[in-house]
Structure formats: structure tokens, C-alpha cells
Design a protein around this ligand. Sequence first.
Ligand code: G6P
Length: 377
Amino acid sequence: IQAEKGGYKHFMLKEIFEQPRAVRDTTLGRISLNTGTVFLSEMKISDEEFRDAPRIDIAACGTSWHAALAGKYMIERLARIPVEVDYASEFRYRDPIIDSRSIGMLITQSGETADTLAAQREMLAKGLKTIAICNVVGAMVAREAHGTIYTHAGPEIGVASTKAFSSQLTALFLFALYLAQTRNTITGDESIALVEALTRLPGKIEEVLRTADLACEKLARVYSTARDFLYLGRGIHYPIALEGALKLKEISYIHAEGYPAGEMKHGPNALIDGTLPVVVLATKDGANHGSRLRYEKTLSNIQEVTARSGKVIAIATEGDEQIGDLVDQVIYIPQAPELLLPLLDVVPLQLLAYHIAVRRGCDVDQPRNLAKSVTVE
Ligand code: G6P
């Protein structure tokens, strides 16, 4: 077992460090750098069907559901098609209103989660074609799907999902770009720029791993005894805040919540006191107007927390000289286009949860009461 961990203390840490490769492997053979074209040859859904689809309906559970929420931002932004995201366990019982020309999507690392398979059956029964994003080749979900985008992240052993999540985000980004190209909602130059940015991402994740590991270990020394944590983000970073909170809950048993930063004033502000650590995703894509606006709004949310003496840990972009003075600790990540930033900001959140759990003496790879795949309802 020690050998399988490749020198790492836990599978989870090994898998966090495997993310550059996982992301690269997900893109392998699916992109052309010269033309910016995305190839998803595994689709048994025609271009016409993609053009006519009024909506994409996604169902998933746990971490895969967070990937789905981030995917909604990617698909809506690039392909201008509405996306609805459901918990698989809710989808199957809420008698959803479905247009049979819509495309169904299931996101599942294992491909065997009972609720997700049931949601797929529900979609098929309502006449939808379904696409699976799945990590395990030949899994149940793939057998029923009209196309599977395998994530190729390699086996994930740690119960808390890390590299599978990054590769799901990558697959969703590829799918969003593919759809945008099919539906003509993106120019050739934009495609080339985004594909190029995607290929640079593994190197940037490596950079985050190099710097954030030690930084998060230090943070863990300060915050491992906290009783609660808040994670805040706006836009596509909101699902990442949810994922950061889930990682901490799963492996350290500390209560944590993810919130859209703008919602603080409608409740969570009441929780803030001098003992509450608040992790804020405050990155920005300087070239993107929406992203800069989101950043400005996030800064005011940070001030709302510090004014109530909450402790702020910010994840910010390299070169941001403003934020250091406003918060207690900052972890910097490299620059990237807005839709790809989640693949960088999630890494310090995974490492923070990991180091806190280790300090608390928790069983990181096999947290109590949880299973890697939940094949019963
Ligand atoms: C379990 C695992 C989670 C995972 C979820 C969905 O709860 O502990 O890590 O996100 O199932 O699993 P799936 O295989 O469908 O992605």
C-alpha cells in the first residue's frame, strides 16, 4: 500500500498532486492548438440535435454536482444555451418539466452512483439523449449514454474527490467549447485563445502545488481548531466555494458552508465573529470585464467580514497588490481566463482541508460514515 501511495502520506495528497496530469490527460487527443477545434468523437448526438436543443439538463451528486454547477457557467457563457443543474436524488422525484429535444447529462466519477443512474433512467424515459462525464471506463452510466466523455484521471482512491473533480471541470470546459463551435457562438480566434489557455493550465496547477502546499500547512496550524468555516465566492467561483466547504466537512469533520459572497448580508453575516475563518475566492481575470466587476464586489464582501472582525483567508491572483492589506492571509495563484480559474482556485482549498484533517488526526483517505461510491439509494 505504501508503494501505491508513491511516497505520499495519503492517497488524497497523491491525487491532489496528480492533477496537472489528470487535466492534461482529459484534453489528450481532443483539441487542436492550431485551429482551436475541440473533437468529441465519442458523441452519438448530431450537430443538428445540439443546435436544436433548447436546454441542457445535468444531474449529479456530491463533488460531481459542484462540477455540474461550474459547468453551467461555462456552457451558458460560451454556447449561450440554458443549463439546469439538479441533485440526482432530487431530479428523479420532482417530476421535472422536460423537452425531449433537450440534452441530458450525468456527471459521475464512478459511473455507478445509484441516484445518478436513476436520474439517467428518468431522462431516457422522457425521451432525452444523455451524455455521461465519467472516470471509470465501461461503468454503468456509459452503457446507457449516447456519448461518454471519459475524464481519464486515473483511479481515485481517496474518498474525497480531488483529481476527478479537476478532470470533470476540464471535460465540461471542452464540452462547452465543442457546443459553442457547433452552435457558432464563438469566433475562431476566441477558440484558439481558450484552447491555448487550457493547454497552459497543467503547468499553472503545478505552480500552485509548489507554493500553496506549504502555505496551507501553515494555515492549518492556525485554523485547525476552528469550529466552523465559511467559504465565499461569486459567479463560477461560488461552486468552488461549495466544493472547498465540502472537502473540509468530509475529511476534517469541521462544519463548513459555502455561500455566494453577495448573499452574506441575508443571513450568514450574523455568524461572523473574531473566531470565524472565512475563505474568500477573490481571483480575477484582468482581461475580462465581468471578472473585474466580480472581483470589486468580492473586495467589498471581504470588508464586510473584516469590519466584523472575521478572519479572512483570500485566494487571489498573482500581481494583486491591493488585497494583501485587506485580509489576514493570502494565497496567490497564476492568472488564467475566468472560466479556467476554478481549476486553480480549488487546489489550495483541497490542500487546506487536507492539512487541517491531518493535524486533527483524521483518517483522510477513509472518512467516517462515507463511501467512495454510493451504489444504494
Ligand atoms: C460519494 C463520494 C463523493 C462523490 C459522490 C458522487 O459521496 O464520497 O466523493 O462526489 O459520491 O460520486 P460519483 O462517483 O457519482 O461522482
